[in-house]
Design a protein around this ligand. Sequence first.
Ligand code: GLY
Length: 350
Amino acid sequence: MTVTAVAVKLGERGYQVLVGPGARRELTGLLPPSAERAVVVTQASVPVEVHTGLPTRVVNIAEWEAAKSLATVDSCCRVFAAAGLTRSDVVVAVGGGLVTDVAGLAAALWHRGTPVVHVATTLLAQIDAAIGGKAGVNLPEGKNLVGAFWQPCGVICDTETLASLPAAEWRSGRGELAKYAFLGVENLDRLSLEEQVVACVTCKAEVVAADERERGRRMVLNYGHTLAHALEGAGLAGEPGGTATRRVLRHGEAVAVGLVFAAHLARALGRIDDARVRRHEELVASYDLPSRLPPGAEVEELIAYMGRDKKSQHDLTFVLDGPAGVEAVGGVEPALVARVLEELRSEALP
Ligand code: GLY
């Protein structure tokens, strides 16, 4: 398969996402013509080299979730200063979602906005994190609390870079893949890896183009995430090196549990039938992902975190499947949520 270009149609902030084996070799074509120098933000563990064709400085940020911080953004900006990076130059992020978030936010802040190109090297970053312009870091008080919408000027999803991805990263990425199956991306299992990435990127590009700032439709990309974020808040899920002291699930695994929970909740609200719930269960199982609450999950605690979800407005709001497809549904009764969560406690993790 050759490289496929998917357009994110956002007018003057629009850009191309290049997907396919070897796509990283097309990086220079995505750099802004004004750029005379570049800073590459990456991590020592990322085994991917890129060639910008420009005088380039490389900054290796620390590994693991604790590096997703304002302190790391600060250290990137100090390197930009040392490199003499101007607003017409370019930042190139090479890595997974942590790198694209940190570099994206640093680029958004440097000189009040400097171009950034993301070279996404994990499945999760290729199908989700690197596309759509969300850039954020964590505070001790919570994940992604400080951030900006800063669209990249191009994204590269080189599927060759996935060859060296550790098994745990694949599992986490598969949780996001499963999400897209319910957002209208059909027959993912019959597609090659490259075709799967293209299909998910195309879906995300269309949603982002319709609702860049998440005022409505973009919330569908949070399908499965309300419970996932609550599990992360409760310290039961998250990325390695974060604050999740009781962590048993990676982000994508928590999304998988969240998808099944959302299906059970949608059925309890009369929005979908048993067959559709089964479809969720089967799809998640086919990706070898968990579908039940991890040990130690407290229903009241999870509901408290769900009430603080950014979709919620003084009530419990979920993204749920239904006759018109997946959409945000507000005003869900806490007692019903508690009952459905109890349903998902009954079986052990696969
Ligand atoms: N990851 C969800 C979004 O980009 O909106």
